[in-house]
Unconditional design. Structure first.
Length: 304
């Protein structure tokens, strides 16, 4: 499991005025640190695992990699004793494979995910079984944006395009989640591809405008469109990807587009390890990288 980030953070463009006296800066820092939400995009290789700590130390999980490593680290390293909300973005093993470990090991209050039981797909049975066995509340999915408030956060579950219960293409069956903490916002897109992203722009474009974007589909070319990036207009982009010669994520054209739209503020687990984003209710953002290097995020067969 990746060790916690330790390097100097990169700070938002929104800054406290240089005219503020030193004592005020110290007091401001103490207050905003306590009020921040921490989004940890964990280095899970070619998988997704996201752990969110609310200002008052409640916990939310979005995807959990492929095995029990994330659950173990949550208990042993990060002190998680209860999960308020567990989210599975879609039914691919690199996103849901470790969620049953989380639910079985840690008291979990609520679950959001596609709960249909498809006879030709068995890998998600373990998640469904864990949810049922542990008595976890399953939040319904609707055709309208749905908000869930946890501590000082508001999470909006965006609707999905009309779909069958067991679609052929699961990536365009991804739950997209928006997180708001005061004036800070971040969007989590699962593996949504062009079809779903285009539908979201057309039908729910106002909900896509955020400060930080968790890039869709591990930085793949089909995880963004010009229109989607214009609607999201992120100041920063975080990519979760490993070193996999089959997929070769992140792709060069996608990384280039992310760099252009964010003025080069792109972070990726294949280069920077685990990435922590701190969002403050006044809109400030701090990003910590586990490894500080200047290598391009574009796949080249090497790590860090």
């Amino acid at each position: 499991m990746a060790r916690p980030p330790q390097i100097t953070p990169e700070v938002s463009r929104r800054r406290v005025s240089a005219a503020v006296v030193s004592v005020s800066v110290i007091l401001f820092s103490a207050v905003t640190a306590a009020a921040s939400v921490r989004i940890q995009v964990i280095d899970r290789g070619q998988a997704d695992g996201i752990l969110i700590r609310t200002p008052n130390h409640h916990w939310i999980v979005i995807d959990a990699g492929t095995n029990g490593q994330q659950a173990d680290a949550m208990s042993d390293e990060w002190g998680v004793d209860k999960v308020e909300l567990a989210v599975v973005s879609h039914r691919h093993f690199d996103h849901h494979g470790g969620m049953d470990n989380v639910i079985n090991a840690i008291d979990t209050e609520r679950f959001v995910g596609i709960f249909d039981d498809c006879p030709d797909r068995t890998s998600d049975d373990t998640v469904r079984n864990a949810v049922s066995a542990r008595g976890v509340i399953v939040e319904p999915l609707t055709g309208l944006p749905r908000t869930i408030e946890i501590d000082e956060l508001v999470l909006t579950i965006l609707p999905m395009p009309a779909r069958s219960e067991c679609p052929d293409h699961e990536n365009n069956n991804s739950l997209v989640v928006r997180l708001d903490h005061g004036d800070f916002s971040m969007l989590f897109t699962g593996d949504a591809e062009i079809e779903e992203l285009s539908w979201l722009v057309e039908n729910h474009g106002a909900l896509l405008d955020v400060d930080v974007l968790k890039a869709s589909h591990h930085g793949s070319n089909n995880g963004r469109t010009t229109e989607f990036l214009a609607a999201a207009s992120p100041e920063r982009v975080v990519i979760s990807a490993g070193v996999n010669a089959t997929y070769r994520h992140p792709h060069a054209n996608a990384v280039s587009d992310y760099l252009n739209v964010t003025d080069n503020r792109v972070y990726c687990t294949n280069r920077h390890g685990t990435i922590r984003v701190y969002g403050y209710p006044n809109g400030n953002v701090r990003v910590y990288r586990q490894f500080d290097n200047n290598k391009s995020c574009v796949y080249d067969g090497t790590h860090y």
